[in-house]
Design a protein around this ligand. Structure first.
Ligand SMILES: *Cc1c(COP(=O)(O)O)cnc(C)c1O
Length: 410
């Protein structure tokens, strides 16, 4: 029995769901599971049922739930100082930025909170760089983006979304973006002009269904940006921090971006932490008063972020993502033609297209839930699989066994 602040008492999942439905805006359509506790790759609902987490908060929980080292870092910082605002210095910020730059092989860090804020920040930086460094006439810079992108939910970011559900009724939209098909180097080449400040791209499109671009596309994007004197901005908010193996998904291609946006796993599943990292001469265009955030770079966020960086620095998670990812993709490939029409992805990350005639994505998610596995559909009939990188091989197999049952069921 639980007593809420308003005096009501309730106990079942249905009660909690009813409360959400009544008081929380309906901007999500969650699976009917009410999580009360979690540890590692496992969550427990209010009735005590246990589920394997095959989604990991869309990669925000790369280290699983409540990783002991991350929780310890957070607790230690809670007992010291949690917030100063950027009006003052504190003893975590510089070290967080230095360590993140070192981890990512970059020169400077702008700390923010949410992923969308990091993308917004990168857009502002690219525009200012275009006017002050590249010499584009004021107000005329453009940013090339890919169709089916997902970069967040702010008004400027949905301005260049091609997902009508994300965009409709939220205009007027921010101008200055050119949309080209993802993975099409010729279309990218045709869209870049002397007014192009930057190309903004996900190295692997997560929300779109874990879409991996053709080999060579990202290297060609790099070459085209160099040729045109434009910035390459990689949104690694979901693909980065060892989800696909290496720290950055671009590393697979040996390609360096000028700016990267990071988020999700950077907060260790504990607090929202995001950042723009990249070239010092580009991030350096920002001067005092021109950009900021009350909570960006706060001591608690930096302390947790530093603990995340320590975990990533060991190489253990890169190794796990690569090894477990190989197993994941090997098993998924075996499902092709057996209830599965397509599989994409890299590392411990996959988009699985359920074959026509099989369950809908939503039905499959619900059937998996009934078998003790939580994941979420995207775009109708695609399941997105992103277990925490701490998952054991046995648990990965257990989840995949459930997936086999669900997609091959007639
Ligand atoms: C999740 C995501 C974002 C937005 O992050 P929020 O923290 O939800 O604002 C941006 N880009 C990509 C690639 C993402 O996956």
């Amino acid at each position: 029995m639980t007593t809420f602040a308003d005096g009501t008492t309730t106990a079942t999942s249905a009660d909690y769901i009813a409360l959400d439905e009544r008081w929380s805006t309906h901007n999500y359509h969650p699976l009917p599971v009410v999580i009360a506790e979690a540890e590692g790759a496992w969550v427990t609902d209010v009735e005590g049922n246990r589920y394997l987490d095959f989604l990991s908060g869309y990669s925000a929980l790369n280290f699983g739930h409540r990783h002991p080292q991350l929780v310890a870092a957070a607790k230690e910082q809670l007992d010291r100082v949690t917030l100063t605002s950027r009006a003052f210095h504190h003893d975590q910020l510089g070290r967080f930025c230095a360590e993140l730059a070192q981890l990512t092989g970059t020169e400077m860090v702008l700390p923010m909170n949410s992923g969308a804020e990091a993308v917004e920040s990168a857009i502002k930086i690219a525009r200012k760089w275009a006017y002050r460094v590249k010499g584009i006439p004021d107000g005329e810079s453009r940013i090339v983006v890919a169709a089916s992108n997902f970069h967040g939910r702010t008004t400027t970011i949905v301005s260049f979304s091609t997902d009508e559900t994300a965009r409709a009724d939220f205009g007027p939209f921010t101008p200055g973006f050119d949309v080209v098909p993802y993975g099409d180097a010729a279309a990218l080449a045709a869209a870049i002009t002397d007014r192009t400040a930057a190309v903004l791209v996900e190295p692997i499109q997560g929300e779109a269904g874990v879409i991996v671009p053709p080999q060579g596309y990202l290297a060609e994007a790099r070459r085209l940006c160099d040729e045109a004197g434009a910035l390459l901005i990689a949104d690694e908010i979901q693909s980065g921090l060892c989800r696909t193996g290496p720290v950055l998904a671009l590393d697979h291609e040996g390609v360096r971006a000028d700016l990267y946006t990071l988020g999700k796993a950077l907060g260790g599943g504990i607090v929202p932490v995001s950042a723009v990292v990249g070239r010092a001469d580009v991030l350096g265009v920002l001067k005092p008063g021109e950009h900021g955030s009350t909570f960006g770079g706060n001591p608690l966020a930096c302390a947790v972020g530093r603990a995340v960086i320590r975990l990533l620095s060991t190489g253990e998670f890169a190794e796990r993502a690569a090894t477990l990812g190989e197993r994941l993709h090997q098993r998924l490939a075996g499902l092709l033609g057996h209830g599965v029409a397509g599989v994409r992805g890299r590392g411990l990350w996959a988009g699985v297209d359920i074959a026509p005639g099989g369950p809908s994505g939503r039905e499959a998610s619900e059937a998996l839930k009934a078998r003790g596995v939580l994941c979420k559909e995207t775009h109708g009939s695609t399941l997105r699989i992103a277990p925490p990188l701490v998952i054991s091989e046995a648990d990965l197999d257990r989840g995949l066994d459930a997936l086999v049952e669900v997609v091959t069921r007639s």
